[in-house]
Ligand binder design. Structure first.
Ligand code: CP
Length: 307
């Protein structure tokens, strides 16, 4: 079955991807990196971007990708300016917006929102972040960044650090990585460890991972350290957030302990977890990730929406 056929309902979860699927979409995205010219591939197509939660990178890179492929955009950037504010359900919103568009990109605070949306849609749905659940297109662009910046996925030693409980990008990233021969070090305080259900899935896949609390213990063996923000908006108790908010702050001093070809990544937005004085280091590639968001999303939209 082709990628287009397999994902005709959209991109919902990293769990739906085999290694072959990932390699295919990485290849397509690399072609987009090489061929920067705008095209008319999606001329006449309309993409709806329904963002019930804030976003800078995901919404704007999907919109940029759609424009660069000759398509058009409709949508909203907050649930407050849609009829969700009046109590409309996700199902009714989707059954309405599918009459106005050819594909829907949705971000919502409800875990499972994208899967729910896909059950009501006759057009492809893309999960742009579903609560604390998943953010699969971010994880795909993360893999594109790693490979475009000169690293192979097989054999990678990667630390994934920060809020592993609520951080949706790290859930999707570790699931995608489980298709490769990778050593994963989950680094978090006990309160923010990877959830059991995510670890169960990784164990079923026989993924190699360890859980630790102190990143400095393993800095010298890592190829990549992927840092995430502590997700303030997901905490029920603000005091609990205050206790952990500054638990990790990666500094210039830390960078000195890393291998020459080490890379530091972050899905962004960043708060305090990476000191800005390392932004200019060639080891810091988090703004390159934002760059690779457009070619990856061009590749995804081309697969889902082209005739
Ligand atoms: N990485 C990411 O999802 O960023 P935004 O929240 O700005 O879309």
């Amino acid at each position: 079955m082709s990628f287009k056929e397999k994902f005709r309902e959209g991109i919902i979860s990293a769990k739906d991807f085999s290694r072959e699927d990932i390699d295919y979409i990485l290849k397509k995205a690399k072609e987009m990196v090489q061929n920067k010219k705008n095209s008319e591939l999606l001329k006449g197509k309309i993409l709806a971007t329904l963002f019930f939660e804030p976003s800078t990178r995901t919404r704007l890179s999907f919109e940029s990708a759609m424009h660069r492929l000759g398509g058009r955009i409709i949508g909203f950037h907050s649930g407050d300016v849609s009829s969700a504010k009046k109590g409309e359900s996700i199902a009714d919103t989707i059954r309405t917006v599918e009459n106005y568009s050819d594909g829907i990109v949705i971000r919502h605070n409800l875990e499972g929102s994208a899967r729910l949306a896909s059950k009501f849609a006759k057009i492809p749905i893309v999960n742009a972040g579903s609560g604390s659940g998943e953010h699969p297109t971010q994880a795909l662009l993360d893999l594109l960044t790693i490979t475009e910046e000169g690293r192979k996925l097989d054999g990678l030693n990667i630390g994934i650090m920060g809020d592993l409980k609520f951080g949706r990008t790290v859930h999707s990233l570790s699931i995608l990585l489980s298709n490769y021969d990778v050593n994963i070090y989950f680094i978090s305080p006990k309160e923010l460890m990877m959830r059991n259900r995510d670890k169960d899935f990784l164990r079923q896949r026989q993924a190699k991972y360890k859980e630790i609390e102190k990143y400095r213990d393993i800095l010298n063996i890592l190829d990549v350290l992927y840092i995430t923000r502590i997700q303030k908006e997901r905490f029920a108790d603000v005091e609990e957030y205050d206790r952990v908010k500054n638990i990790y702050v990666f500094t210039k001093k830390d960078l000195k302990e890393t291998k020459d070809d080490f890379k530091i990544m972050h899905p962004l937005p960043r708060v305090t977890e990476i000191s800005p004085d390392i932004d200019d280091s060639p080891k810091a590639i988090y703004f390159k990730q934002t760059y690779y968001g457009v070619p990856m999303r061009k590749a995804i939209l081309a697969e889902l929406l082209s005739d």
